[in-house]
Design a protein around this ligand. Structure first.
Ligand code: PEP
Ligand code: MG
Length: 566
């Protein structure tokens, strides 16, 4: 038996067959010419490959249960049979004697470039064309189809990391668990796994060496992968399944054993997410990632389009709190209309609130749209800006929020500078929300996307916990200086870890926001501790000298975690 350990990012235990993501399709060599094949035969082979790819995608679109996935597959199928594309590629075969894969590559690349140059909606099609290009070239070269492998029976998917486009077609009915050799615990792949409730491990070095078809055991809480699972692993899986009920029921009320209220909110990105979150009992939305409504858009959405999206989300939470974050473009979430992709160090560049300087107007229009959507619905809308690093930015943002007619301004604490000046920041705004994903990356100076730095990139790092503590102290000082209560929330992935949630509450955090899937487990664990215990556990964690020790020390004091398989 072989055991590998990575970083568990979503709890769950399964045993299944390993299937790895195929390697990306590379560009066929420039000038690659026909060999031993007549041009007419090569053209026929190209047509045949296109027809097969189209039929396969169409069949998958018809079988897809998710509308988004079906739409992506349908438009890719149409593109695979595009007459102009095939005609241009055929001309390169008959005119220049190119091999069909090279001809197709050139024709599709030229087509994608033209679309990009047109901008707007057309530019968004460029990525679809490149996807079709990869599929047709793979078919012509006899390579496995790119993207999530298709199997009749469920399997454990392994990959170096997943691209956002892959995740749109990931079918949670077919994928039992996700194990990546790269990626960090706060990467968007990890966030996706939590949203789907898929047991997941990142930074599992060595998993790429296990062959396809091997049966493996995956434990998304401990981060362990074992080959040749036997009776012990089977018993672990069964224990996990037995405790499922206790983990899955959230009654919509976050509270400690002593009655202290800890409202539990959801992180959402789209109207669909909001409806799912409301159905899961979320007490409100603690983080609306507005950029998720518009990822892949080449141009700024109109105010009307924005009003429609936001209103659909607010409607799912009528009468409840919805914290809207203004566009957080840049770094791992570039938006073409806001992001300068040539920056040498995007995580430290013009991202989040800073884009209001480089592309003025977008933020003001977004606030106008949020205000209009609020008027149309009954949600209690709070608005916050991402990537704030100085009190002056909070002051300017609050002025913009007021000018838009919105009432409750706040900011995210994602930088050490914001954490240590929280008292000054909270003179200008009414609440802060700790984005522990970025706060960890910036406190530890460790890129959140890098699997090799996963150990540093843990929100259990005592330095990060101290930043949380400093933020709470700053809020208390601001309250003492007058102007009423200052809410301190956490909306980073840390809030979804039930043991860490206890520590955050013990540090003085008032509200927690997470993927809806995590609500029940977090609520179940919070109910077992009172505030005094939570404070003791927070102190215990802060006093440790490593993330590992902090997590181990706290977990040892929370027997409920083992009972629930967390
Ligand atoms: C964070 O940084 O913790 C956060 C919630 O924002 P995002 O993950 O979208 O950067
Ligand atoms: Mg962030």
């Amino acid at each position: 038996m072989q055991t590998l350990t990575g970083v568990g990012v979503c709890a769950g235990r399964v045993i299944g067959e390993l299937v790895s993501m195929p390697a990306p399709v590379g560009e066929p060599a420039p000038g690659l010419a026909l060999r031993d094949e007549e041009p007419e035969a090569a053209v026929a082979r190209l047509q045949q490959a296109a027809a097969e790819v189209k039929a396969e995608l169409k069949a998958r679109a018809e079988a897809a249960t998710e509308k988004d996935a079906a739409d992506v597959l349908k438009s890719t199928a149409l593109m695979a049979g595009d007459k102009a594309l095939l005609k241009n590629a055929s001309k390169l075969i008959t005119g220049r004697g190119l091999a069909p894969e090279r001809a197709l590559w050139e024709a599709a690349s030229a087509y994608a470039d033209q679309m990009r140059a047109l901008g707007g909606y057309m530019a968004e099609r460029a990525a679809d064309i490149e996807d079709v290009r990869a599929r047709l070239v793979a078919r012509l070269q006899g390579l496995p189809m790119p993207g999530i492998p298709q199997r009749d029976t469920p399997f454990v998917l392994t990959a170096e990391d997943l691209a956002p486009a892959d995740t749109a077609t990931l079918d949670p009915e077919k994928v039992l668990a996700l194990v990546t050799s790269g990626g960090g615990p706060q990467s968007h792949t990890a966030i996706l796994a939590r949203n789907l409730g898929l047991p997941a491990i990142v930074a599992a070095r060595g998993v790429e060496a296990i062959s396809d078809g091997t049966r493996i055991f995956v434990d998304g809480a401990s981060g362990e992968v074992r080959t040749e699972p036997g009776l012990t692993e089977q018993a672990l899986v069964e224990a996990w399944l037995r405790s499922a009920e206790a983990r899955s029921a959230f009654d919509g009320h976050g509270v400690l054993a002593d009655g202290t209220e800890v409202p539990l909110y959801a992180n959402v990105g789209t109207p669909d997410d909001a409806r799912t979150a409301a159905a899961a009992g979320a007490q409100g939305v603690g983080l609306l990632r507005t950029e998720f409504c518009f990822l892949g858009r080449d141009q700024e959405p109109t105010v009307e389009e924005q009003v429609e999206q936001y209103a659909a989300i607010f409607e799912a939470f009528a009468g409840k709190k919805v914290v809207v974050r203004t566009l957080d473009a840049g770094a791992d979430k570039p938006l073409p209309f806001l992001t300068d992709t040539d920056e040498p160090n995007p995580a430290l560049g013009v991202r989040g609130y800073r884009t209001d300087r480089s592309v003025p107007g977008v933020l003001a229009r977004q606030l106008e749209a949020i205000a209009r959507a609020r008027e149309l619905t009954g949600a209690h809308v709070w608005v916050m800006a991402p990537m704030i690093s100085a009190a002056g930015e909070a002051r300017d943002f609050a002025a913009m929020v007021a000018a838009a007619g919105l009432r409750v301004p706040g900011v995210m604490v994602e930088t050490p500078s914001a954490a240590v000046t929280a008292d000054q920041i909270l003179r200008h705004v009414e609440f802060v929300s700790l984005g522990t994903n970025d706060l960890t990356q910036y406190t530890m100076a460790a890129d959140r996307m890098l699997g090799s730095l996963a150990e540093l990139n843990s929100p259990w790092q005592p330095a990060v916990l101290r930043m949380v503590g400093l933020t709470v102290e700053g809020a208390l000082r601001a309250e003492a200086a007058g102007g009423g209560r200052r809410n301190v929330g956490v909306c980073g992935e840390a809030a979804a870890d039930p043991a860490l949630a206890v520590v955050l509450v013990g540090l003085g955090v008032h509200t927690l926001s997470m993927s809806p899937r995590a609500l029940a487990a977090v609520a179940a664990v919070l109910r077992t501790v009172d505030l005094t215990t939570a404070r003791e556990l927070a102190q215990l964690a802060v006093d440790q000298s490593s993330a590992e020790d902090a997590a181990a020390a706290v977990r040892a004091q929370l027997p409920v975690l083992a009972e629930l398989g967390l």
